[in-house]
Write a protein that binds this ligand. Structure first.
Ligand code: ADP
Ligand code: F6P
Length: 431
C-alpha cells in the first residue's frame, strides 16, 4: 500500500487527534505517507475538471482490456455529467489496478498543480502530529457535509483520492460518517471506521471515542453543582449532551449519585419527577440532583409548560419546548422546600465543554489502539469495517452489520443500571 488518508467527521470528540496520531505513527512505522483530509467529506468533493481529465488519460493508458477502457470512458462521462444516475461500478477496476492510477509520486507536486486542494488536503508529517495527541477537538476540523450523500460526489471523492495515490481511508466519526465510509467503499476506496463521538450512541461497541472524557467533564460539573446546591439547600438540574442516547446522562448520574436521571430511552413525566423531588425533600434531601440528557424531552409525557408558567406570572409562549431551565421553573412551582416555600430549583447546561477536554487515559488508549488497528487492517487488504471495543478488547466488524445494529439503539441502553438509580431514590436516607 502506497499511501493512506484520514479524516474526522460529524461532531468532534476528545481523542480524535490522538487517533489521528496513532494512524500517523502506524503509517510511518510501515513506511506509508499519510494525507489528512480537512472538514470531513467536504475536503474531497472539489470538482477539478483538469484533474479528472488527467486521471482519465492515466487510467485509459494503464488498463489493458477493451472492456476496461470502455468502463473508464463510462466513469468519466458520469463524472462530467455530475449526476448520480446510473453510476458505473468502479470497484473491480480500482481493486485490480490498485495504486497504478496515481498521478503524482509526491503530494507537494499535486497541490502545486491544483491549489484548490491546498486548504483541504495536507500531508501529515509525524513530528507535528505528535504535538496534537493530547489536544481536544480535531486538528483536521470536522463538518457535516450533506453533499456527500449524493453518489456523484462519493464517486468524485474516490477518484480524487485515487489520483493522489491514496489506497485506503481511516474515517473517525459516528454512524453518519460510517454511512459515508461505506459509500466510499462502494466506489472502490477501502475505508475503516473508528467510532468517534461523545454520545456513545453506537450500538455495536461498548464505548465510543470521547465518551469517557465527556462523561468526566459532566461528572466534574455534577460535583461542582452539588457543592453549591448543598450550600444553598437547592435542588439542581444538570443537562448533558445526548440527542438519542442517554449514556452520558446515565453514567454521570451514577457517578455523582444523582437522585433522578432522565434519558430519551425511558418515558417520564414532569409530575413524576416533581413527586420524586418532593419525596426527597421530605426525607431531608434538600439538594437533590436531576441529571437530564438533552434528548430526554422527546420521551417526556405531554405537559402544559405554558399553562403552568403563565399561571405563575412567568413569561412563556405557547408551544415553547421544555428545556432544563423551564423544567427547573416548573418544579419550583410544583415542589415545596423544607420550610414550605417554593423549592429553589436551579439548572445548569453543561454544553460544549463536554467536547473540549483533553482525552482521558481510557480515550487516549482507545485512540491509540483503534488508530493502530485501522492501519493494520488496511494493510491486510481489509475494508468496509468498523473498529469497536467489547469487554476491554478491540475488535472489528463489517460497517453494514454495525449500521444494522443501530436499529436497536434503545436496546443498547443499560436499563438495569438506570433502574438501580431510580429505585435508590425512593429509599433515600435522612441527611
Ligand atoms: P456522525 O458521524 O457523528 O453520526 P452525522 O450524522 O452528521 O454525524 O454524519 C457526518 C457526515 O457523514 C455527514 O455530514 C455526511 O457528510 C456523512 N453522511 C452521513 N450520512 C450519510 C449517507 N447516508 N451517505 C453518505 N454520507 C453520509
Ligand atoms: O457530538 C454529539 C453531539 O454532541 C450531540 O450530543 C449534540 O446534540 C450535538 O452533537 C450537537 O452538535 P452540533 O451543535 O455541533 O451539531
Amino acid at each position: 500500500m502506497r499511501k493512506i488518508a484520514v479524516l474526522t467527521s460529524g461532531g468532534d470528540a476528545p481523542g480524535m487527534n490522538s487517533a489521528v496520531v496513532a494512524v500517523a505513527r502506524t503509517a510511518a512505522h510501515f513506511g506509508m505517507p499519510l494525507i489528512g483530509i480537512h472538514r470531513g467529506y467536504n475536503g474531497i468533493i472539489h470538482y477539478e475538471s483538469r484533474l479528472m481529465e488527467a486521471l482519465e488519460a492515466k487510467m485509459t493508458e494503464v488498463v489493458t482490456e477493451p472492456a476496461e477502457k470502455a468502463l473508464v470512458g463510462q466513469i468519466f462521462e458520469a463524472v462530467r455529467a455530475r449526476a448520480s444516475v446510473a453510476l458505473p461500478d468502479m470497484r473491480p477496476l480500482l481493486r485490480k489496478y490498485r495504486g497504478q492510477f496515481a498521478l503524482y509520486e509526491h503530494f507537494s507536486d499535486f497541490v502545486a498543480e491544483y491549489p484548490v486542494f491546498r486548504k483541504d488536503l495536507i500531508s501529515l508529517d509525524l513530528d507535528t502530529q505528535l504535538d496534537i495527541q493530547a489536544r481536544p477537538g480535531t486538528h483536521l476540523h470536522t463538518a457535516r457535509c450533506l453533499e456527500f450523500k449524493d453518489p456523484a460526489n462519493q464517486m468524485l471523492a474516490a477518484l480524487t483520492l485515487t489520483a493522489i495515490g491514496v489506497e485506503g481511508v481511516v474515517v473517525v466519526g459516528g454512524d453518519g460518517s460510517f454511512n459515508g465510509a461505506s459509500k466510499l467503499c462502494g466506489f472502490g476506496m477501502p475505508c475503516i471506521g473508528i467510532p468517534g463521538t461523545i454520545d456513545n450512541d453506537l450500538t455495536y461497541t461498548d464505548m465510543t471515542l470521547g465518551f469517557d472524557t465527556a462523561t468526566n467533564v459532566c461528572l466534574r460539573s455534577a460535583r461542582e453543582v452539588r457543592a453549591t446546591s448543598r450550600s444553598h439547600d437547592r435542588p439542581h438540574i444538570l443537562e448533558v449532551m445526548g440527542r438519542n442516547c442517554g449514556d452520558i446522562a446515565l453514567r454521570t448520574a451514577i457517578a455523582s449519585h444523582a437522585e433522578v436521571c432522565l434519558v430519551p430511552e425511558v418515558p417520564w413525566s414532569v409530575e413524576e419527577v416533581a413527586r420524586r423531588l418532593q419525596e426527597a425533600i421530605d426525607m431531608g434531601d434538600s439538594s437533590a440532583l436531576i441529571v437530564v440528557a438533552e434528548g430526554a424531552y422527546e420521551s417526556m409525557a405531554d405537559f402544559d409548560v405554558y399553562g403552568l408558567l403563565m399561571a405563575q406570572g412567568k413569561q412563556c409562549f405557547p408551544g415553547e419546548p421544555m428545556t432544563a431551565h423551564r423544567l427547573a421553573d416548573c418544579l419550583k412551582y410544583m415542589c415545596k422546600d423544607a420550610d414550605g416555600h417554593r423549592a429553589e430549583v436551579r439548572a445548569t447546561v453543561v454544553g460544549y465543554t463536554q467536547r473540549g477536554d483533553s482525552p482521558t487515559t481510557f480515550d487516549a488508549v482507545f485512540a491509540f489502539e483503534s488508530g493502530n488497528m485501522a492501519v493494520k487492517l488496511l494493510l491486510e487488504g481489509k475494508e468496509n469495517l468498523v473498529i469497536g471495543i467489547k469487554q476491554n478488547r478491540m475488535f472489528s466488524m463489517p460497517i453494514s452489520q454495525a449500521l444494522e445494529m443501530q436499529r436497536d439503539i434503545k436496546g443498547h441502553f443499560n436499563r438495569a443500571q438506570y433502574d438501580t438509580i431510580q429505585d435508590m431514590n425512593s429509599a433515600l436516607p435522612t441527611r
